[in-house]
Each structure stands twice: as structure tokens, then as C-alpha cells.
Design a protein around this ligand. Structure first.
Ligand SMILES: *[C@@H]1O[C@H](CO)[C@@H](O)[C@H](O)[C@H]1NC(C)=O
Ligand SMILES: *[C@@H]1O[C@H](CO)[C@@H](O)[C@H](O)[C@H]1NC(C)=O
Length: 513
């Protein structure tokens, strides 16, 4: 308010001086006076606005950052990055014909026309324009810096299309990129429950990885899909072992070519989780019934964990889906945060609260087209997203160490302990026997401490106004002071520049891990 008053006072002085001059002679302002007037008007306006905003508490750091970001502009035309191409399942169609789904990244504020070109039997090219849907609005849709978001495009292709097609931004088949869509695997019966993990980025905590894999497998997941950007060779070799036995599927998840967000953590995690989930969903559709989207350190357990039964989770989810026949997806609350030794040390859980809690998502794969980390998006044929209270079970989260649990209820984890003990013993003598015989570098939680520090630093940085708002605390992840041998997914990006539409279209050619 002080500034408003000062601004007002300034205005009155100004008006008094101005009017006292007027009667004597009317003259043009000198440029110095004109700029002074503009400056003062601007000052008064901004002082009034800021004064009112601060008085009403309608402005905060975020709003001011958004105002700042608005002044940053880029003029680079449209640059879609095609992340994946899939065939639409016949069972999900209510039209005849063959359709292709293209998952791509693009600037939310632009239109992204996309065309599919396929060869017909008579040698002519069939060109169709894709129906494009934006999956979400980007991290912050308001400005240039953060406006990248996933899109789904669907177009009809020639019915015999199988190995390849061309996709471009114009109707001219010459202006296009050769794409190899994913060949769907139709495994019958479909897997009851598949887990899609968030991408691994500098991932080293192999003990947590093992706990995560073993718990999900014991709970009845048939396959765990792990997108890997980078991981320690130890973590990766464990994943490989599980992949050999068919429990895990590793998918290369390369970094995107730098968008305006220069922070690689942001590109893989903060911005990348949603897209990796969509990619995983489209990949699993042909062979999975229910898909759950989660971190390696979240589990779904019955409301009373002492009632946990081996392989019981798919049945729990099925029960909820049966209670809600219109549900395409379920939102389930994330309940507690465990400390690291959660099996032994966790005696309490937070009471169930439905209000404003973070959620995990379970979908019926054939009823949903997009997942947005904590919720779903595009549903098919009138199916809807249903938020279910935690009567039957909860998601338990145990990554972050923490001291106290608000409004605690007692829980008993011994049943889960002995289930895990038994399956783990079996695993050590079967699929993991080679790893069991070798010495692994200790997995430590030093990076968790680092994580906490990082969160603090990010929060502090936000107050300096120097950091882009695309950067969220999600960028905080494992980071080590020591050197750890690791593997990373590498990709060359193939691209085509169309002179007609002055736009780029690109797609990663994933190389290797
Ligand atoms: C998933 O959806 C399909 C198609 O609507 C349906 O046949 C199937 O029973 C559903 N699965 C569950 C577990 O509800
Ligand atoms: C599981 O194994 C650990 C380590 O061997 C042991 O301390 C714990 O008591 C076991 N728990 C159960 C319930 O068997």
C-alpha cells in the first residue's frame, strides 16, 4: 500500500504542475517531458496494480515468474518430435480401416498438422490428415519457455500397412519422414496387470530397485516396464536378469533434443514422465488388461497390510473396476511415506484422507489413450476417470525419509515381510544366482540426503527469480559424489525440414544402452 500512496501523491503533484502551466501557453511536450509522463503513468499503474495485488494477496512468486517468462520469446517454427508410432487396436475401433497413433511433442500454442502417407496396392500414395489431440497443456502453458506438451495424432493408413509409413507436416509425400511403427505383440490371454515405471535417470539404488521389482511381482504384476535413460551398470545388470526371465521389459528412453529447457533432469523427469507413461500405455495396449503407473518405490497394498496375499493386487483392482463399470481409469491415493527400512520400521500409517492427496493411476488399457502422471486424460467411448477412496487399499510410498506421520494408525508389515523373504530366497537361488555370487558395490542412500538438499536448493532458487518455471523439484533425483560406472540410452534424431510449412519434424533413432 505504501507504493500506491506514493504513486498517488506523485500523480497529484504531477497534475498540479501540469495544470498550472496550461493556461499560460499551450505547447508541445519536449521528448524529455513526454517520456517522463509515460514513465510516471507506467509507474502509477504498476504501483497501483502491485499495491492492490499484494494487498489482496493475489500475486505470488509464481505469478511474477510467469510475468517474467512472458517477455522471453522464441521464433523457431513448429518442431514436432515423434516419440512413438503405434497401430490402433481393432477392438478399440468403431470404424473399419487401419489407424495409426502418433505420439509427439509439440509447442502447445501452435497448430500441428500431421499427414500420414502410405502406399496403396495400385502404387499410388494414400495421404490422410491426422486428427490431433493435445494431451496436456505443458508445464506452464502461458509462455514460450514451458509450452512443450505431448500430443496424440491418429490417422487412417492403407489397410496393409505394417512395417513402415511416412509422416509429414504437409500433404506432400515428399515432405515427410520414414517411420517404423511398433509391431504389436498380441499375447493371449492378456496380462492381468502390467506396471509402467517412471523413466530411470542416473539410477543407482539397486536395493530399492530389487525391493520394488520383488514387491510388485509378489503382488501379482506380470510385467514391469522400465524406461531407462541412464542407470548404474549394477542396476542395469539386475534389470537385464529380470528381463531374461520375462518379468521386466527395458525400454530405451533417450533424452530429447534440448528444447528451451536446458536442464537435462527437467527433460527426462519433470517433463518426461507423462510422455513415457503415454508411450508405455500405447505399447502395452495390445497385450495388457490393467496397467498401473507408478514409481519404483510405490506399492499398492490392502487397507490392512497384514491381509496381503501373494498375487492379490490384480484381483483388488478388478473388484474396484467391477464396482464402477463406467470406469476407464482409477485414481488411487498415495498414502504414506515410509523410511528406508520400511518393512521393519514402519508401524504407523497416515489416516486415509481423500481430500487433496496425490494419486496414482490404474487404467484399463483399452479404455484410455493418455496418462498424465497423477491422472488420466483422453478416455475412449465414454469411459471416465473415477477417484476411489482408500477402503480396499492404498498406495504406499517409501522413498523419502521423514520423521513423523500425521494422524497415525497402526499397521503390521510382517506378512509382507515373510512373503518377500520367501520369494527373495527363491530368486537368489534361481534367476539371480549369478548376481548373488558376485560382489555388488553398496547401494547407499547418500543420494536421498542429496535429494532433500536439492529440494531445498530448488525452493531457494525459486525466490531468486533466476530459474525457469519449467524446472520443478522433480529435477531432484539421485546424484552421487563418487564415480559410478553406468549405461545410458543414446539417440540420433532423424529430421526433415519442410520448406513449404517451414517446420521440422524429427524422431529419435534409438541406438543402444
Ligand atoms: C477392460 O476393458 C475391456 C473392454 O471394455 C473389458 O472387456 C475388460 O473386462 C476390462 N477389464 C477389467 C478388469 O475391467
Ligand atoms: C525376513 O528376513 C530378515 C533378514 O533375514 C529377518 O530379519 C526377518 O525377521 C524376516 N522376517 C520374517 C517375517 O520372516
Amino acid at each position: 500500500m505504501v507504493r500506491v500512496v506514493m504513486g498517488m501523491a506523485g500523480m497529484f503533484t504531477f497534475l498540479r504542475r501540469f495544470s498550472s502551466r496550461l493556461p499560460t501557453k499551450i505547447r508541445l511536450f519536449t521528448s524529455k517531458e513526454a517520456s517522463m509522463i509515460i514513465f510516471r503513468i507506467a509507474l502509477i499503474l504498476s504501483a497501483t496494480l502491485f499495491g492492490m495485488a499484494i494487498y489482496q494477496r493475489t500475486i505470488n512468486m509464481w505469478a511474477m515468474k510467469n510475468i517474467g517468462d512472458t517477455f522471453l520469446r522464441k521464433e523457431i517454427g513448429s518442431r514436432q518430435i515423434l516419440l512413438g508410432t503405434f497401430f490402433r487396436e481393432k477392438s478399440e475401433q468403431n470404424f473399419d480401416g487401419k489407424f495409426v497413433i502418433v505420439h509427439f511433442l509439440g509447442d502447445t500454442r501452435m497448430e500441428h498438422p500431421l499427414y500420414c502417407h502410405t502406399m496403396m496396392a495400385n502404387g499410388k500414395t494414400m495421404t490422410t490428415r491426422a486428427h490431433v489431440q493435445r494431451i496436456h497443456r505443458g508445464k506452464r502453458a502461458a509462455n514460450d519457455i514451458c509450452s512443450w506438451a505431448g500430443h496424440l495424432a491418429e490417422c487412417e493408413v492403407e489397410v496393409h500397412t505394417h512395417r513402415e509409413l511416412r509422416i509429414g507436416t504437409t500433404a506432400d509425400p515428399l515432405e515427410s519422414l520414414l517411420i517404423h511403427p511398433e509391431i504389436p505383440k498380441h499375447i493371449r490371454p492378456k496380462a492381468d496387470l502390467v506396471v509402467c515405471m517412471a523413466p530411470m535417470y542416473i539410477y543407482i539404488e539397486w536395493e530399492i530397485l530389487l525391493l520394488g521389482l520383488e514387491t510388485w511381482l509378489s503382488m501379482g504384476a506380470q510385467k514391469i516396464i522400465v524406461p531407462v535413460q541412464s542407470a548404474s551398470t549394477t542396476a542395469y545388470s539386475i534389470l537385464k536378469k529380470y528381463q531374461e526371465k520375462g518379468y521386466v521389459e527395458i525400454r530405451e528412453w533417450p533424452k530429447w533434443p534440448t528444447l528451451s529447457d536446458v536442464n537435462p533432469n527437467g527433460l527426462v523427469l519433470s517433463r518426461g514422465i507423462e510422455e513415457s507413461h503415454v508411450n508405455c500405455l500405447l505399447h502395452t495396449k495390445p497385450w495388457a488388461d490393467l496397467v498401473v503407473f507408478t514409481d519404483i518405490d510405490d506399492f499398492y497394498l490392502p487397507a490392512d497390510p497384514s491381509n496381503v496375499i501373494i498375487g492379490g493386487t490384480p484381483a483388488l483392482f478388478k473388484e474396484i473396476f467391477d464396482e464402477h463399470p463406467q470406469a476407464g481409469s482409477l485414481l488411487l491415493n498415495i498414502e504414506i511415506q515410509f523410511n528406508f527400512n520400511f518393512l521393519q520400521n514402519t508401524k504407523f500409517k497416515q489416516n486415509c484422507q481423500v481430500w487433496r492427496m496425490k494419486t496414482r493411476v490404474v487404467v484399463n488399457a483399452s479404455r484410455v489413450d493418455s496418462v498424465n502422471m497423477h491422472e488420466t486424460g483422453i478416455h475412449r467411448f465414454g469411459y471416465v476417470q473415477v477417484r476411489v477412496p482408500c477402503r480396499k487399499g492404498h498406495f504406499y510410498h517409501f522413498r523419502h525419509s521423514h520423521g513423523t506421520v500425521p494422524s497415525p494408525t497402526e499397521i503390521d508389515m510382517t506378512t509382507l515381510q515373510s512373503i518377500l523373504n520367501r520369494s527373495w530366497k527363491k530368486r537368489l537361488f534361481s534367476s539371480l544366482n549369478t548376481i548373488a555370487a558376485s560382489q555388488l558395490p553398496p547401494s547407499s542412500i547418500e543420494s536421498f540426503e542429496d535429494f532433500d538438499k536439492c529440494m531445498g536448493a530448488i525452493n531457494a532458487e525459486h525466490w531468486t527469480m533466476k530459474v525457469s518455471r519449467c524446472l520443478t523439484p522433480h529435477v531432484c533425483f539421485s546424484r552421487l559424489k563418487r564415480d559410478v560406472p553406468c549405461v545410458a540410452a543414446r539417440a540420433d534424431y532423424a529430421f526433415h525440414f519442410s520448406a513449404i510449412s517451414s517446420s521440422y519434424i524429427m524422431t529419435p533413432k534409438v541406438c543402444c544402452l
